[in-house]
Ligand binder design. Structure first.
Ligand code: DC
Length: 228
């Protein structure tokens, strides 16, 4: 069997795209590319430089002009990949709560999406890639050989985020996380450009009640053209 050359994994915040995507990529010897980190990098840059987050033109220029480098993880500190801007490692900065709460707004701008999707598409078309995001199967790589859409209830996703933060020793409040997850779902799925939705030919997996190993097994079976 020949595994799919281009694999798209989409789904809402904290649905397990990175955990599963990274493992699938490792098993296949593929590149794992988490596209959310690019939107996070632009958001963090904008907050750092004091750019008005409602200024779509300024954010589009920032997305067009900032060279964002996404590289395989160089440290075993829980990261999925390295995120570098101008040679500076901003991996953990992009995970800060202030980025979490503004990234959906920044990623709703069509100019920002145009700039970042073009870079993502170039990388994806090289093949041997697992790309995770919200619009990979619908917009960035509609020709992907396998499209998976990972879903889970907001409560389950908030619980997973909560456990993750506690494990990293960071302050966490379940109710606050749940409210933020619901708000990001709302913005991501109702925006005008490339809203979050499964592609017509995506395999939808509801991960509620499944362990990460069980989700991995299902996706792996799809990679072997052996649906569970
Ligand atoms: O997957 P994540 O939580 O790191 O994504 C951060 C934000 O980026 C998310 O709120 C929506 C946006 N995003 C997007 O619009 N399109 C993508 N392909 C990836 C992420």
């Amino acid at each position: 069997m020949t595994p799919p050359l281009i694999i798209a994994i989409d789904g809402p915040a904290a649905s397990g795209k990175s955990t599963i995507g990274k493992r699938i990529a490792e098993r296949l010897g593929y590149l794992f590319f988490d596209t959310g980190v690019m939107y996070r990098a632009v958001t963090w840059m904008a907050l750092q430089s004091g750019i008005d987050l409602h200024d779509e033109g300024a954010l589009t220029r920032l997305a067009e002009e900032t060279p964002i480098e996404v590289a395989p993880a160089s440290r075993f500190d829980g990261r999925v990949c390295d995120v570098l801007v101008g040679g500076r490692d901003i991996t953990w900065e992009t995970r800060r709560p202030e980025v979490d709460s503004h990234v959906s707004l920044v990623s709703s701008y069509s100019g920002v999406r145009r700039a970042l999707s073009a870079q993502q598409r170039r990388i994806g078309l090289r093949g041997c890639v697992v790309m995770a995001g919200r619009d990979i199967g619908t917009v960035v790589l509609p020709e992907a050989d396998l499209k998976v859409y990972l879903d889970a209830s907001a409560e389950e996703r908030a619980r997973r985020r909560y456990v993750e933060l506690v494990a990293r020793g960071e302050p966490a409040d379940y109710q606050t996380i749940l409210t933020a997850v619901l708000e990001r779902d709302r913005i991501d799925s109702t925006r005008a450009v490339a809203p979050l939705r499964p592609a017509d030919d995506a395999v939808i997996i509801n991960t509620d009640g499944l362990t990460a190993d069980q989700v991995f097994d299902r996706v792996w079976a799809l990679c072997q053209d052996d649906p569970p």
